[in-house]
Design a protein around this ligand. Structure first.
Ligand code: PHE
Length: 353
């Protein structure tokens, strides 16, 4: 018994790892382990013998068991120490720089405008950027000889010789979405349509691609007064201050009467301030929808009437965030994007008027 004890205690302290230790445990105390087999032999012994040998065997079993556990804990502690040494890191080091993108001002302002109009019950409608000339022009009562159709303003899609499909254009405004929304939803309807538009134009305040937001409300008793209220509510919410508007009589083929809308502003030391002073800045075109346009959208102009407006999104971004040059919007200059861009979590909020 003394031999057994010494052999196993030596093997326990000599075990190199947990697997070796488990082997020792099985060899001594497992079902077919040496100690277990000895226990089984107790039955053949005389009662006196059994008492002394049984007691000694049990003590040996307990002693080995304790030694096994202690060794296991020691091994686990050593392993942990090893890991702590290997995986040590200095949390006081400065963080590694990670590049973070920004939300483009056009996207941000589109979200802002959408939130404000949504608050007034306008849903969002969409249409394709490549339009047939019918949606972009004819349905909007723009006659074939209208100057806007001429090559110098409109990008026409190339047509191969003998291709007789109707001409397609890059839409020159978001107004074709008026027609599509009427066809899709009928009346009454209240929608806005933000999106990209294209014109052959390029200088400090014009780019060949820019963004508009179309607005349209059709019901039985819609008037210019509703248009004026909606726009004033919008400007006040957007700029976060009461903004006076000025409606100037104008002309669009798709509205009658038509008005261009200016907002109140002032120039202070070369800085534009919206909502104060006695200057005016043109920001959108609008009017009561022409009966022919309602009809093109499948709506009876004897029963329904509506207003529509179209506003430049890029212009609205420049005004609110003091961005001087429109062309920079589309140059993807990282320094510009970092400076004028918005954080992903800066969600647009609707200001109280
Ligand atoms: N579509 C016009 C433009 O691009 C704006 C407009 C829209 C005017 C709706 C009146 C009504 O200039």
């Amino acid at each position: 018994m003394q031999d057994l004890r010494e052999t196993y205690l030596a093997r326990i302290s000599g075990a190199a790892d947990q697997a070796a230790l488990e082997e020792v445990r099985l060899a001594a105390l497992g079902k077919k382990g040496e100690i277990s087999l000895k226990m089984r032999e107790l039955g053949k012994m005389s009662p006196e013998e059994r008492q002394t040998v049984g007691k000694a065997l049990n003590e040996l079993k307990d002693e080995l068991d304790t030694a096994l556990r202690a060794r296991k804990v020691a091994m686990e502690d050593a392993a942990l120490d090893e890991r702590l040494k290997a995986e040590w890191l200095d949390v006081t080091l400065p963080a590694r720089h990670r590049m973070r993108g920004t939300i483009h001002p056009v996207s941000h302002v589109t979200e802002e405008c959408t939130a404000i109009f949504a608050d007034m019950g306008f849903a969002v409608a969409e249409g394709p950027q490549i339009e047939t000339d019918w949606y972009n022009f004819d349905a909007l009562n723009i006659a074939p000889e209208h100057p806007a159709r001429q090559e110098h303003d409109t990008f026409f899609m190339h047509r191969a010789e003998g291709d007789n499909r109707p001409p397609h254009v890059l839409r020159t405004h978001t107004s074709p979405v008026q027609i599509r929304a009427m066809q899709d939803q009928g009346a009454p309807i209240r929608v806005i349509a933000p999106g990209r538009v294209y014109r052959m134009d390029m200088d400090q305040t014009h780019a060949p691609m820019f963004h508009q937001i179309e607005g349209m409300a059709i019901d039985k008793d819609i008037s210019m007064a509703n248009l004026k209220w909606v726009l004033e509510e919008f400007f006040t919410a957007y700029f976060g201050t009461k903004v006076k508007t000025r409606f100037r009589a104008s002309h669009f083929p798709f509205t009658e009467p038509s008005a261009e809308v200016d907002i109140q502003c002032s120039w202070v030391n070369g800085q534009l301030r919206v909502g104060e002073g006695d200057g005016w800045l043109e920001v959108l075109g609008s009017g009561m929808m022409h009966p022919k346009v309602l009809r093109a959208g499948g709506i009876d102009p004897d029963q329904w009437q509506g207003f529509a407006f179209g506003m430049g999104i890029d212009r609205m971004a420049m005004l609110k965030y003091g961005i001087p040059d429109l062309r920079a919007f589309f140059e993807s200059d990282l320094r510009w994007l970092r400076h004028y861009g918005f954080g992903a979590l800066e969600a647009p909020t609707v200001h109280a008027g």
